[in-house]
Structure formats: structure tokens, C-alpha cells
Design a protein around this ligand. Structure first.
Ligand code: ATP
Ligand code: MG
Length: 395
């Protein structure tokens, strides 16, 4: 019975001259999220997007709930700009709403009609429309009574340029900004719990991620790589396809293991990761790096360690989880569905060659001196040349 999903956006409505770009991006992202359901033309008018309901409503709702930049949306019945047609549509919508709430003839439910008359050419004012429609619904549904202050059911009518839209439900959206409006960021994506959550949080602020994964084949298995691709696939539901650059990291790890003091292994490995990530960022036009670090969580995440690893890059490194406890990160990972993949037991490259006593307070000079033993440029160039790019989540 519903014709459309009417989509409202939040924050992007307030962005002045960037607004057009924001709206276009949101529209594109919605179209991409629904592409394989046969929905192509999402219409945009007056701070609203209109998505035709052609596939299963449940499926469409589930997908739209993940699209950042949406404040809320409603399944609506579209009616011509005539009072009788609006009443008919409202009766249909209310009957459906009562059925969903299991309100029978003998039950009671308070309601209120709210009219938004954006089209001032419509001859009836909002209060008149609300009163008239309210009376009509009262006659039609004996279980209803009016409560204008705290109604259990709000029947809303939007009078727009060409049509009116009638609905009772407002489904909360994911909030945030449309993915892409803030630019691109390189997400260092391990197979762990934290980095997918970090990626999710930056996507929420409009960053389109380019994932980079450091793979230590044959020390780590194909399965470890699959796991990362599966994580990228889940993240793509929040913002479209994600390219994953799988960097062959084995030679670098071997070289560090061979030439550097064991206690600096992790610090130097991290510096190599950041250098490679930055090189990919520059090549791909990304303006920031993103990691899943949380202060003090492990030895490589102390302030001293972060200082020393950060020193090799110029681009800002976003660490959206820096102030989060593990339990808080796990909560989000469960909610966004990455947790069940992150806990698969495959080895990560960071668990190979791990020293018994990693340095928790590395000194920059000492680390730089240790790195002098490495053919840095050669190692970096070779790893970049052996990078494979896989697009995840392309519908
Ligand atoms: P995660 O749960 O994200 O793996 P972690 O708690 O295991 O994090 P570390 O192993 O210290 O922490 O890694 C810190 C960050 O470095 C990760 O969040 C991720 O952004 C990046 N990182 C670590 N290993 C890799 C890898 N193999 N490929 C890409 N990025 C990595
Ligand atoms: Mg990890």
C-alpha cells in the first residue's frame, strides 16, 4: 500500500553552499545501497528525498538505516492534492498502523493529526486540514481519541508541490554525514576488532575509506586475508564499495626481524605500516590515515609509541577510538556486525615475530638508528609493487 520512502536529512541541511554537494552525495549513496533491488531514480526536492518502494519494504528499510546522512525516514502513501484523496489515504495508513500495533475495536489509542503545508498554494490551512482529517479519522476508527499533547499515534500529512504524503511512522536514520563528503581516508584494516569500528566511525563523519591490509603470507593464511575482505564487505553496507589494498608485508617483517633489536620490532613495523599507508593515500588522493588504536590498550599504543610511529608521516592520523574502552568498542562492533568476523581465530601479521618484551616507551633517536640498518626505500617500493587491490561490496 505504501508508495515511497520519504527520507529526511539532518546536519547536511545546515551546511550553506556545500548543501548541494551533500544532497547529491546522499542521493548517490542511497541509490548505490539499493542498486541491486532495482531502484535507480531517487528524487530530490525541498530537503527531502523520495525513494520509490519497488522491493520488499523490510529489506529497503534495513539498508537505508545504514546510510549515513539520513536523519529519519517514513513509508508514505502519496495522494493527489485533494482533501478527499488525502482523507482516503490517511484512513488506509491509520488502518495499517492500528493493525501493526494490534489495536482492535475494543482498544483505545490517542492520536493527533499534524499537517505540514509546504505548498502555500493549497487552499486549506494546516490547522483546518488537521481538524478536518482528525474528525474524519475519529468517525472512521472508534478506538481513537484525540490527545494533542502526548499522542500515541501521530498522523502526519505533508502538502508538497505536486502531491501530498501521508504517514504515521518515523524510522530513525543512522545520522552522521553522507560517506564521501569529507573526502577519502586510508583505513589501516587489520582482522581485529578495533580497526573496522574505527573505519565505521570515520565513515559516519563522511569519510570514504580506502582500506589497506598488511598481509604476511605465508606466515599468515589466505583465511586471514578473506577475513579482512569480509570485514570490508560488511563496512561497505554503510557507504558503498570499499577498495582493499592488500600489501605484501612479509619481506619487511623478515628484514626487521633480521636487522633490528627485538624490543623495537613492533615500533618499526608500525612505522613501516604508516609509511606504506601514506604512500597509498597520496596515490589515491586520500587526506588522512585512520587506525583503530586506543590509548594504553597495548604496548604500541602508549603516548611514547604513538609519538614515535606518528613521526614518519605528514598526513593526519585519525584514531577515533583513542578514548574508548575495549568493552565500548566491542559493543559497537557487535552492533555493526563486524564482531563475529573479527573474532575468527586466524593469525594476524602482528602476532608473528612478536618479541617477549616490546618497548613501551621507545625513543625516537634509538628507533631511527635501528632503522638505518634497513634498506628502507627498497623495502617500501617492493611492498607497494606487490600490492593487490580488491573491491569489496560492489552490488
Ligand atoms: P585491531 O583490533 O584493529 O587489530 P589491535 O588492538 O589489535 O587493533 P594493534 O595490533 O596494535 O591493535 O594495531 C593497531 C592498529 O594498527 C589497528 O587498529 C590497525 O588500524 C593497524 N593495523 C595493525 N595490524 C594491521 C594489519 N595487518 N593491516 C592493516 N592495519 C593494521
Ligand atoms: Mg590487531
Amino acid at each position: 500500500m505504501y508508495d515511497l520512502l520519504l527520507v529526511r536529512y539532518g546536519e547536511i541541511g545546515t551546511k550553506g553552499k556545500n548543501r548541494r554537494m551533500f544532497e547529491q552525495r546522499l542521493q548517490t549513496n542511497i541509490e548505490a545501497a539499493l542498486k541491486d533491488l532495482g531502484i535507480e531514480d531517487v528524487e530530490r526536492a525541498h530537503a527531502r528525498l523520495y525513494v520509490p518502494l519497488t522491493a520488499s519494504m523490510e529489506e529497503m528499510i534495513e539498508r537505508l538505516q545504514k546510510v549515513f546522512g539520513i536523519a529519519s525516514f517514513s513509508p508514505v502513501v502519496q495522494a493527489p492534492l485533494q482533501v478527499e484523496a488525502i482523507k482516503e489515504a490517511a484512513v488506509e495508513v491509520v488502518a495499517d498502523s492500528l493493525k501493526k500495533r494490534r489495536i482492535g475495536e475494543g482498544d483505545r489509542l490517542t492520536f493527533k493529526v499534524i499537517t505540514h503545508r509546504a505548498n502555500k498554494g493549497f487552499p486549506i490551512t494546516s490547522p483546518e486540514m488537521s481538524r478536518d482529517l482528525g474528525a474524519c479519522l475519529l468517525r472512521r476508527f472508534p478506538q481513537l481519541s484525540v490527545d494533542v499533547h502526548q499522542p500515541e499515534l501521530a498522523v502526519e500529512v505533508e502538502i508538497r508541490e505536486h502531491y501530498s504524503y501521508i504517514y504515521t511512522e518515523r524510522i530513525p536514520g543512522a545520522g552522521g554525514l553522507p560517506v564521501g563528503v569529507s573526502g577519502k581516508g586510508v583505513l589501516l584494516l587489520s582482522g581485529g576488532i578495533d580497526s573496522p569500528v574505527a573505519g565505521y566511525l570515520m565513515m559516519k563523519r563522511g569519510v570514504a575509506p580506502i582500506a589497506v591490509h598488511f598481509h604476511s603470507y605465508p606466515f599468515t593464511s589466505e583465511r586471514a586475508k578473506e577475513k579482512v575482505l569480509d570485514l570490508a564487505e560488511i563496512l561497505s553496507a554503510y557507504g558503498g564499495p570499499i577498495p582493499v589494498h592488500v600489501v605484501h608485508f612479509t619481506e619487511i617483517q623478515k628484514a626487521i626481524n633480521q636487522h633490528c633489536p627485538p624490543k623495537l620490532m613492533i615500533t618499526i613495523m608500525r612505522r613501516m605500516m604508516l609509511r606504506l599507508a601514506e604512500a597509498i593515500a597520496r596515490r589515491e588522493g586520500a587526506a588522512a590515515l585512520i587506525t583503530g588504536e586506543s590509548l594504553g590498550q597495548v604496548s604500541s599504543q602508549t603516548m611514547d609509541s604513538i609519538l614515535v610511529t606518528n613521526a614518519v608521516v605528514q598526513l593526519p592520523v585519525f584514531r577515533p577510538l583513542i578514548g574508548f574502552d575495549k568493552t565500548e568498542i566491542v559493543d559497537i562492533a557487535e552492533r555493526i556486525d563486524t564482531y563475529k568476523i573479527s573474532i575468527r581465530p586466524y593469525e594476524d601479521c602482528c602476532t608473528i615475530f612478536v618479541p617477549r618484551h616490546p618497548e613501551t616507551h621507545p625513543k625516537l633517536a634509538e628507533v631511527e638508528k635501528a632503522e638505518k640498518k634497513l634498506p628502507l626505500e627498497e623495502l617500501l617500493d617492493e611492498a607497494l609493487a606487490r600490492t593487490e587491490v580488491i573491491i569489496c561490496g560492489d552490488k
